[in-house]
Design a protein around this ligand. Structure first.
Ligand SMILES: [Zn+2]
Ligand SMILES: [Zn+2]
Length: 143
């Protein structure tokens, strides 16, 4: 377990954060919720235990929206830039890979591929929803 840290922040820089150690998982989410909220076809995620994520600047500038109890989505109130999503049931926080550019992003899975609008031919496993260890069906789909 490394205690290396990676700095990140929102689009305007008002909110800054640091993640420390190794993410529990890295990959791409193809679900409709990520797509609709982010206005992008896929969300590149990195999942961290909550104590690995520290907001270092602009904590009171973070907006929060929870359409469901499973996902508390966070963004900067100044620029609207997305920051992270808390997943309380999973006990993990998804810090968007795009906001921590120095973290070596090494995706090992695609999740909710059943809902994809953009097929990716990268040879990385495609889960219909999420792996069994994450509470899903564990069903894999072809690319
Ligand atoms: Zn901002
Ligand atoms: Zn998603």
């Amino acid at each position: 377990m490394s205690d290396k840290s990676y700095d990140g922040g929102c689009f305007c820089g008002a909110v800054q954060l640091t993640v420390t150690g190794e993410p529990a998982a890295m990959g791409y989410c193809h679900c409709e919720s990520c797509r609709h909220w982010s206005a992008g076809p896929i969300n590149a995620f990195t999942l961290w235990p909550p104590d690995a994520v520290k907001v270092t600047k602009g904590e009171d500038n973070i907006g929060s929206y929870a359409k469901t109890d499973n996902s508390h989505r966070k963004w900067c109130k100044s620029c609207g830039g997305h920051l992270f999503t808390e997943h309380p049931a999973m006990g993990l926080i998804d810090v968007y890979a795009a906001i921590i550019p120095n973290l070596p992003f090494a995706p090992t899975l695609h999740v909710f591929y059943e809902e994809t609008v953009l097929r990716i031919h990268d040879g990385v496993v495609k889960h219909k929803d999420v792996p069994g260890a994450m509470g899903g069906s564990g069903t894999e789909l072809s690319e």
